[in-house]
Design a protein around this ligand. Structure first.
Ligand code: GUN
Length: 298
């Protein structure tokens, strides 16, 4: 039985963190600028609180100016827009992120589009989506999760994916659609699948690269996977897990890791795969924004 390589996102993120920390220190020494990241969290979604805490901790570890705005779930849309306006005009802030999902009374589209494109380190502004879709990746802020997935895919397969079939499972604006744009730009032949796709396992079986981002625990099985395929698991699902007869809450991805490892060439684990890469790409985007702000190359 073959055993796939475990793609260590945590180790790769740590390497990138070292380089970002050095570049951040150099920017401060040579230009007197600290990259500044503002994270806005509205309400008390427990998963969002964990993500935001990790983002703040990582920003501080990279030597950034890190600001967190924790605001009440019932804050009005105009108050949120006022805060974004203040951050847009704050010279110490180079990156602004409003953690999603938002409470139901807030309009996600209006709020994400209020962030200045040059501080949109999430890559959710239409200007950045447009640049990415038009193939101007070098000039865009690319959403952090797909950008992190792409770095791991490049490590396994190189930067030119000519002749490779890539199947993205999930069509979200945060992951599925930008992931497909990045893969296409790297010359892969890309299929985006979703809940209405017919014969999903057969479509996935043609893939040399699988990116699963649907939020269904352990959905992708070994018999969906072409031997040797590279499998990137974006899912973070909270499930009950039984270990040594004890039932606990744990995290699992959208890929049945142990099963898929018997067939695939390389697979990202959950946790320790895509998650740490997403956070470090947010730092890379913030550093880039600060450098561009100083008139330096991103
Ligand atoms: N919620 C889940 N993923 C993300 C992300 O990448 N950015 C923001 N702003 N919210 C999220």
């Amino acid at each position: 039985m073959t055993v796939a390589k475990r793609i260590d996102g945590k180790a790769k993120a740590a390497e990138l963190a070292e380089s970002i920390t050095k570049q951040s220190a150099a920017l401060l020494a040579e230009h007197g600028i600290k990259p500044g990241l503002a994270v806005v969290i509205i309400g008390e979604d427990p998963a969002s609180q964990v993500y935001v805490r990790n983002k703040k901790r990582t920003a501080e570890a990279c030597g950034f100016h890190s600001v967190q705005h924790t605001i009440a779930a019932d804050t009005s849309q105009s108050d949120v827009l006022q805060l974004i306006n203040d951050l847009n005009n704050d010279d110490a802030i180079h990156g602004i992120l409003v953690q999603l999902p938002l409470p139901a009374h807030l309009d996600e589209q209006v709020i994400t589009q209020a962030i200045k494109p040059s501080k949109d380190v999430d890559g959710f502004h239409f200007i950045n989506i447009g640049k990415l879709t038009a193939g101007l990746t070098a000039d865009a802020f690319v959403p952090c999760t797909p950008a992190g997935c792409m770095l791991m895919i490049e490590d396994e397969m190189g930067s030119d994916l000519s002749g490779k079939n890539a199947v993205v499972i999930g069509r979200s604006n945060i992951v599925g659609k930008p992931m497909a744009s990045l893969l296409l730009q790297a010359n892969a032949t890309v299929t985006i699948t979703h809940s209405r796709t017919k014969d999903l396992p057969q479509v996935v079986a043609a893939a040399d690269i699988i990116v699963a981002a649907v939020g269904r625990p352990d959905m992708v099985k070994a018999d969906w996977v072409k031997p040797g395929a590279v499998v990137i698991d974006v899912g973070i699902n909270r499930v009950e897990k039984t270990v040594d007869g004890e039932t606990k809450m744990g995290l699992t991805g959208d890929v049945d890791y142990d099963d898929v490892c018997t067939v695939a060439g390389a697979v990202t684990p959950v946790p320790g795969g895509v998650g740490p890469m997403t956070i470090i790409l947010l730092m890379a985007n913030t550093l880039r924004s600060a450098r561009l702000n100083c008139g330096l190359k991103g």
